[in-house]
Every structure is written in structure tokens, then in C-alpha cells.
Ligand binder design. Sequence first.
Ligand code: BGP
Length: 494
Amino acid sequence: MLQKDFLWGGATAANQCEGGYNKGGRGLALVDVVPAGKNRFPVALGKLSYKDLPADSFYPGREAIDMYDHYIEDIRLFAKMGFKCYRFSMSWSRIFPNGDENAPCEEGLKFYDEIIDEMLKNGIEPVVTICHFDAPIGLMEKFGGWKSRQMIDRYLAYCEAIFTRFKNKVKYWITFNEINMILHLPFMGAGLSFKEGENETLIKYQAAHYELVASAAATKLAHSINPDFMIGCMLAAGNYYPYSCDPDDVMDSINKDRENYFFIDVQSRGYYPSYALKFFEREGINLDMTVEDDKLLRENTVDYISFSYYSSRLTSANPELTDKTAGNVFATLKNPHLKASEWGWQIDPVGLRITLNSIYDRYQKPMFIVENGLGAKDTVINKETGKELTPGTEEFREAVKAGLATVNDDYRIAYLKAHVQELMKAVEIDGVELLGYTPWGCIDLVSASTGEMSKRYGFIYVDKDDEGKGDLARFPKKSFDWYKEVIATNGEST
Ligand code: BGP
């Protein structure tokens, strides 16, 4: 049995659902300038400047599903599903539009006050990601993003504003979404861009160091404001399997895992692991790392470890093996034992149990699965006639109005069901400590890797397409009732 207060819920991020990019005094943020389509990865990787793109490239991310004006309706739908918690992110540039103001923007704080109050009214515990791919553009322009140590103070000013304002309303915080994205999508993760000939590895690890110090300093600050705050780190997780039992493959998988676990090693243990120090030595990487940084890291480790899990990964020391998955930031070898999503993300529920066990064995701290799910193309149907409905048509709108539109997303239910069953085994059989589970994109939103709407994760459908068309109507999919039952039975009925 899971504990009675297990936190079932869902997860989103401001940058992918909130919209209202120019409302309430909000300044431009990182993701506002990462376009959909073929230029998305070059910009997210810091190889192409958004300034070289036409101004209309950034649709539909900036308006997303307009949760800015729909949050009451959305939170009530979450409450209907029985959510115990809701993980969302605050938009840094709503609180400090340019990043460097002396005082926070009251309108931004008020907006989150209202959202949180609505959640609390509905018995939903807020879980707040402080930064989810969306530092203010002003700070990118001024400092080159997390290349600069000055980002730490700006981040802390933001943290102080929200910790103080919400100290009696929010308990669970996450300092950075998927902090290891610095290595994989450096512009999206940390506002980094690179010039020809620069040492990218050095820049990425320096930025990582500043974020790690900022995270530790935020943990210290948080506990001084409210000792009951629970501060978590967050990793894009998913263990690497060795391709074979060849010891070289096994060693290779250990090294690949370390690239990601490096971040939690520092955030949870409080010091740099020896394999990382050796790596820096070999690469000639000399980081700006002070005695005070070291002290901060050691004295302010996280209270819990949160992570996203979509897929396991597969690696080999043999360079001749090149059959990799496409469509995933973490390209991996194809695992013959696994099926994959339409985007090539390999589906591995047991991998979730393996990942939970690895993390718990390594750190012995409570964990929180804050993202998991299946991105898929959904087809809307009329639930009475079974007829397919085309968004944008009169028939579609009529069916939505009459409460007859739905999606029979059995594929999503199958994915989530298998993962919930494995997380239950990890708790009940292996004894890992798990605080909660918040499937990603509990309401359809813009995809981080494609910048489009058509890769959907939600229990709730949102009428909006890749061109930004649609009237934003929301309605439950079949998975909505399935998840409601899972929550109502505390995971016993899947
Ligand atoms: C994670 C991000 C999310 C989210 C998710 C799904 O990396 O934290 O922001 O989008 O992945 O990815 P995608 O939207 O690319 O399918």
C-alpha cells in the first residue's frame, strides 16, 4: 500500500501552458524565443541566435493554452480528477520582467497568489518549480545567461520574492527543472550560446556550477524563511543499460549514468564526485569555484529528489553500433525488447522501477516522480456515435458544447497504468521512499522538444493546433476517468 497522503497529481510548466507572454507586465523569457519547427534544436542548443529569425517564428508557444486566463477552469478539472497536488512553474519574468529590477512585480506575484489560492480551495497541494526553461531574456542579454556568476544573485532575488510571498501556502519547491539539460539543450536549459572555437564543455560545466551553487543558496534561504519548506532538485532521469554483458559496455553505461547523476551527486551529497574532478582534470577544465561555494554546497543539500522519467536508455562501448532512436534529446541505441512512441521514445515501465531503485540506493532520500507520460497524436471523436471530429469544424464545436467530444486514449492509459504498477512495486516490494507522482502535461500543452501542440500528454484535451488555431475549449479524454479511479483507490485500481 502507498502511504495515505501519497501525492497524486499532474505537472505542467508556465512556459508551455501559461501563455499571456505580454500580459501582467511579464518580460520576455528564454523559451519565448525558441521557435517551433526546424530551427528549434539549433536555437535550443545555442547554435543559432533567435535574433536571426523572423518575428513570427515563435507561435504557438507564446500563447500556449492560455492558462493565464483559464486557470480556474483548469484547476477545477484537476480537482474533479481528485488531484492531491499540482506541479506547476512560476514564470521568473512575471516576477522580475527584465531580471534585474530592484523589486518584484506585484502583478506577477498576485497572479500566482490567485492560482495557489484556487488550488488550496480545492484541496490541492502546490508543488512549485522555480525555473523551468524560462529565465528572463534580459539576463541572457546582460550576462550571457548562466555563463555568469551574477545570475546567482538574480536567481536568489527571485527566490526570496516568492519564498517570502508564499511561505505559508507552498511547501514543496524544485529549484531547477531538469538541471542536466544544461549539457543537452544548453540554451533552453541555461541561456547559453556559443561562438566558433569556444570550449563548450567548460562553459556548460561552469554554468552547471553556478546553477548548483544557486540551488544550494536557495535551499539555505528557503529554510531560513520557513524551516518546513521541502526543497528538491530535479533530473531528467532514466538509467542507461549496457548493450551487452561485455564489461566494456557495462563500464560505458556507468559513465553515461554519471553524466546525469553528477548533478544530484552534488545537490544531494553536497560535494563534487571524484569521477567529475578527474574528468575536469583530463579535459583541462578549471572552474571558477570558491571556498564559499564549497561550504554552501556541503551545508545545503536537498530535502528530496525529483525527476522526470519517460524512457530508459541503452549504450555500448562499441562504436559500430549506431542504430539510435530519433526524436529524443537523449538519443539512445534501440533496445530490441522495447516498443517506442511515435516520437521514438522507448517505452519501459520496468525502467522506472530500476531508476527509482538506483536513485534511492545512491542517496537514500525521498523521491518524487514529477514527470512521466506518453506524448501521442490524439483523435477526437463523438462519444455517442464514435464519429471522428475534425477540429475547426462546426460539428466539432457543437460536440464540444454538448459534452460529446472525447478521445479514446487507451494507448495513454496503457502507458501510465504500466508505470503506476511499477512505481507501486518499487514502494511495496523494494521499499523506496516516494512522495508522489505527477504525470506530465496533465492538460495538453506545447511540447518542449517540438514547440508544437500535436504531441499531447493530457488527461484533458485542449482545442489548439500546431498553427495556433483552435478556440482553447477543454474536455476530458478517456484517461481522465481512469486516472480519477487510480487516485480514488490510492493506486490499487489501475
Ligand atoms: C521534459 C520537460 C518538459 C516536457 C517533457 C516532455 O524534458 O521538463 O518541459 O515538455 O520533457 O517532453 P516533450 O514535450 O518534448 O515531449
